[in-house]
Write a new protein. Structure first.
Length: 499
């Protein structure tokens, strides 16, 4: 059986806690790998390695950092198929989807390659007689990232490339459900020339997480995951004096107005709801149909959903793979089996789906629930699976009110041909990311990603300008050099004059 160990100080370090976690192939249900689960002492070792590396990396030149990152980007590009294969083997998503994940992670590596312009300071000359004021940004020190199972390569790449480009050193705690991609990312970084200890990977469960949150040498924590855990991460790490960005869960809505292109809206709803088996925080999980279009829109979504090919992620014919674990599959299925009793019309029920030859895999089909009420479990909870709920409203205002009443505010979308309605929606909707005729409004790398309300805890979004600001802190320097021709003027105890 394959074993995944830690990566600390530029080399593989065997797990010493005696605790191991199983890693399952979701397509077969078979345990294929064991992953080391770190003790608090092993976390200490990873942080110590990062702290030692920071002594030189924190003062390294921008030319050195960007040179390594350019080489790293080239290695990632050359190995993208290998990274995607690891994702498919342990997460289950189809290979094309895994390749897309790697590509989105590469966007942030490319942003980090251009960090020189992002770290430029500001200078004001002659603010007073022979006085200049400059603003600079400096790294924090050792920072940590705790990342989810659904994007085992992309989300780590949303964090550590920017962090190390800014001069920090990094300790990554990836999901123990699909850990292999993180180790390959670290190995390729070392191959690119990243000094030992700048990037460390420590695997584990709550023990490792709690150790990072309490560690006095960790200056900041980045997290992506569910809302309850994000709230806990934010509360605990903040109480320990750390800077925190904790991205939580979502219930992303797509508002479809009566004038929308319903074919385009149905295509978008299917791809956004069922892509990656719905295991993504930017999935559209609720469609709000306005006016009389509901029946036609649901029929079009159903027609498309019924054609989706479900199978192993390494089969090129597959369009959707299995869910990550059997327990998660059963939890997702429970929302569908209980929907009718809570007033929903079950248009598609995917709970009985199996794949021939892979009967022990974590399979579930596509489910579509219509006329769902806002007080039902299927609407209130983040299901994180291929379940799309449809709600009906009579007016645009009612639809916006429904969306804004949700405790989540991650992403949302509107489908319409009316520019005025789209403009109103952008301004009135309470969400951090908005799509106009775009179903999954994930910003490109040089804009920042993050939601509002219970979808984000902390002041900074991830990557883009917010990411750079999160991984650095500002300093203002006021300088006065006397003119060489002047003799010392003596002591002046008065308040400095600016004019």
């Amino acid at each position: 059986m394959k074993t995944v160990n830690h990566w600390i100080g530029g080399k593989t370090v065997e797990g010493a806690s005696g605790n191991w976690g199983p890693v399952t192939d979701p397509a077969t249900g078979a345990v294929t790998t064991q992953v080391a689960l770190a003790s608090a002492e092993e976390v200490d070792s990873a942080v110590a390695a990062a702290k030692a590396a920071y002594a030189t990396w924190g003062t390294s030149s921008l030319a050195q950092r960007t040179g390594i990152l350019f080489r790293y980007r080239a290695l990632l590009d050359a190995r993208r198929d290998d990274i995607a294969a690891l994702i498919t083997a342990e997460h289950g998503k189809v290979h094309s989807d895994a390749l897309g994940e790697v590509a989105r992670g590469l966007e942030i590596v490319e942003l980090a390659c251009g960090i020189t312009t992002q770290l430029k300071g500001e200078l004001s000359t002659q603010v007073s007689s022979r006085v200049d004021v400059s603003s600079i940004r400096q790294p924090l020190g050792v920072v940590a990232g705790i990342t989810p199972f659904n994007f085992p390569a992309m989300v780590p790449m949303w964090m550590f490339p920017l962090a190390v480009a800014c001069g920090n050193t990094f300790v990554l705690k990836p999901s123990e459900k699909d850990p292999s991609a993180a180790n390959l990312l670290a190995e390729l970084a070392a191959e690119a020339g990243l000094p030992d200890g700048v990037l460390n990977v420590v695997h584990g469960d709550k023990v490792a997480v709690d150790a990072l949150l309490a560690h006095p040498d960790v200056a900041a924590v980045s997290f992506v995951g569910s809302t309850p855990i994000a709230r806990h991460i934010h509360t605990t790490a903040s109480a320990n004096g750390k800077r925190v960005q904790a991205l939580g869960g979502a219930k992303n809505h797509m508002l479809v107005l009566p004038d929308a292109d319903l074919d385009a809206a149905a295509d978008a709803a299917v791809s956004a709801a069922y892509g990656s088996a719905g295991e993504r925080c930017m999935a559209i999980s609720a469609v709000v149909a306005v006016g009389a279009i509901g029946d036609e829109l649901v029929a079009k979504i159903r027609e498309r959903a019924e054609k989706i090919k479900i199978g192993p992620g390494n089969d090129p014919a597959s369009e959707m793979g299995p869910l990550i674990t059997k327990a998660h599959r059963d939890k997702v299925a429970g929302y569908v089996t209980g929907a009718a009793a809570q007033g929903a019309e079950v248009v598609l029920d995917g709970t009985g789906h199996t794949v021939e030859g892979f009967e022990e895999g974590h399979w579930i089909g596509l489910s579509l629930l219509d006329k769902v009420s806002t007080d039902s479990d299927a609407y209130r909870d983040e299901i994180f699976g291929p379940v799309l709920v449809v709600l009906r409203t009579e007016t645009y205002e009612e639809g916006v009110g429904l969306i804004n009443a949700s405790p989540f505010g991650n992403g949302t979308a509107i489908f319409t041909r009316d520019g005025g309605a789209a403009r109103r929606f952008q301004l009135e909707i309470e969400a951090g990311m908005v799509g106009v005729n775009v179903p999954i409004p994930v910003p490109v790398g040089y804009h920042s990603f993050g939601g509002w309300k219970d979808s984000l805890f902390g002041d900074h979004h991830i990557y883009g300008n917010d990411g750079v600001h999160f991984y650095t802190r500002g300093k203002v320097v006021t300088t006065r050099w006397p003119d060489p021709s002047e003799a010392p003027a003596g002591v002046d105890l008065g308040f400095p004059r600016n004019h």
